[in-house]
Ligand binder design. Sequence first.
Ligand SMILES: Cc1cc2nc3c(=O)[nH]c(=O)nc-3n(C[C@H](O)[C@H](O)[C@H](O)COP(=O)(O)O)c2cc1C
Length: 189
Amino acid sequence: MSQTRLLALVGSLRAASINRRLAEAAAQTSPEGVEVAIYEGLADIPFYNEDLDVEGKVPAAALALREAVTASDGLLLVTPEYNGTLPAVLKNAIDWASRPYGVGALKTKPVAVVSASISPNAAKWSHDDAVKALGVAGADVLKEASLNFGTIGQRFGDAHPADDAEALTQLAATVRLLADAAVAVKANA
Ligand SMILES: Cc1cc2nc3c(=O)[nH]c(=O)nc-3n(C[C@H](O)[C@H](O)[C@H](O)COP(=O)(O)O)c2cc1C
């Protein structure tokens, strides 16, 4: 069977992002035949603008995101929480990937959402808003693959999540569920 390609979209752009490290740890858990690649171009995408979303005008960075999402078999969204919701960089990515209306790259795409923040609430508001936006965009959000990490400053401030056995086990289960859903979609295509 061909390789199953999962694409991770990380909502924090900072170099030392713990959310990014969670995505890196998730990638390390990929079973054979599955790869998780972290998308690197989110910061380059202009804010969504319907005037630009017409043939010949779509910014190259937005086109690249659409192509990467289309080429992937499933998405792993890893998000912190900013002011009670998901960071603008991720909402912008969802907006671009949701269009053209009805045939956007997110349509029927299996997605697992992982949230992480320094608060004990574990970015659950951000998680919920990501699930809502992805669902409206037509994605197939896998509730059973959800994860929430709280108090990440204490837990992962000095230790990479890849060195945390419990986090690795949880991330591996999420990657496995997402990969299984992606394989099922491919088999039915
Ligand atoms: C603008 C801003 C708003 C934030 N708002 C929240 C919030 O509403 N809830 C929360 O739990 N953490 C909030 N935080 C703290 C983030 O959880 C924290 O910065 C987290 O480490 C970000 O993840 P990262 O390590 O991947 O960058 C906020 C941080 C910033 C910079």
